[in-house]
Structures are given as C-alpha cells and as structure tokens.
Write a protein that binds this ligand. Sequence first.
Ligand SMILES: [Ca+2]
Ligand SMILES: [Ca+2]
Length: 231
Amino acid sequence: MKKILIFSLLVLILAQVSIAVMDGSETMVRSMPSSVGAGQQFTVTYKAIGTSGDYGVSVVDTVTGGCTPSNLKFVLTSPATTYQVTMTAPSSGSCTFSGDYKYGTFDVKLLTDSTISVSSVCVPSTEICDGIDNDCDGQIDEGNVCTCTEDWDCTAWSECINSKQTRVCTDLNNCGTSATKPDESKDCSVGGKMDVCQYFEWAKGIDDKNYCAWGIGIVGFGFILLLRFVK
Ligand SMILES: [Ca+2]
Ligand SMILES: [Ca+2]
C-alpha cells in the first residue's frame, strides 16, 4: 500500500512538472525566402518559440500555387526547436502557405500566411547560405556555403586607462561565432615606472620581449665573466 502511495505521488509530481513546461503561450513561426526561380528548390523553416523542457507541437500547412509538396504535416518534439522542409517551385506564379499548429492539449493557433513569388526563369548567381538554389544547379546551399569562416577586423587599441587598453573586433562575415576572435583588451602601463624591458623597448621603439631577454642575458653573462676576471 505504501509503495502504491509513493508511486502515485511520484506520477503526480511528474505530471505537474510536464504541465509546468508548457503554459499555452508557446508560438511557432514559419520563414522562407520571398522569391525563388522557376523550378528551383527552397527551404521552409518552422521554429518553435517560447518552449522549455519537453514539448510536442503538431503542424499542418497547406501550400497553394504549385509548390510541392502541397500538404505538410509533421510533429516537432523536444529537444529540436526547428523543422525544415525542402520545397520545389513551379514554373511561375506564387505559392501561399496557410496552416496552423497545436502544442500538446492547448488550443489550435493559426500560422501567419506566407507567400513566395516565383520568377519565370532561374537566373544563376553565386551560391550563398540563404535556403535558395542560387546557381540553378538543383541543389540548395551546396559547397559548404553555410560553414562560415570568421574574418575579424579590429579597431586600433585605445589609450591606457586603469592599466587596460581595449579595442573592438568585428567579424566581417557575421558568422555569429567567436572561435578565432582576437583579444579585445590587454594590460598596459602609463605614467608609472617602466621595468627594464619596457624601457628598453620604449627607447628602441620595438615590441619584442625576446630582444630584451637576450639583452639582459648577454649583460648578465658579461658581468659573470668580469667577476671571474677580477678574481
Ligand atoms: Ca545550388
Ligand atoms: Ca543558396
């Protein structure tokens, strides 16, 4: 009896937890390019917003205008937050997406309608990461174009304030990552005493710690020789 009570309590707690992760305010958005060439493929992305923990959302989308497939039905479950579909455009016209979604046992909500226009011909351009077959070869975003290479451009170092110099580095390719981002701050000294190496570098207008270390080493070695000679 005691075990049954504990088990029931556990089920009740878990039920409370699973209810708590969704409150009905969750939404879903659909995104796609605004235009596509005749017969080209394009990607439609569905993104779940406001979810946390476990969830399940069923989506039904109807496509008119000749884009295929014309009926989309899927269930998106945790931990994924996006679902992508590859569509093929007709020879001309435009396609409209209209549908709805439903999180768990909450009410059905409407997706905002989306329309994509289809140009009569596919005009080849350089393949870029945009969900469209830009070069009209039948493949979307091929050639690793979605693998972004960071290209950092940094401003000059600021004046030395509170023993720190700063600068701002910007990724010209806007990858959204910072794997190769240079340092944006470094230690510095101003108005204070310079150590022997800093003085040496300042006097010579160089920035090479090895140069200074070698100098100290040579002077030290000479001093030792001198002591031996004096003996
Ligand atoms: Ca392509
Ligand atoms: Ca592309």
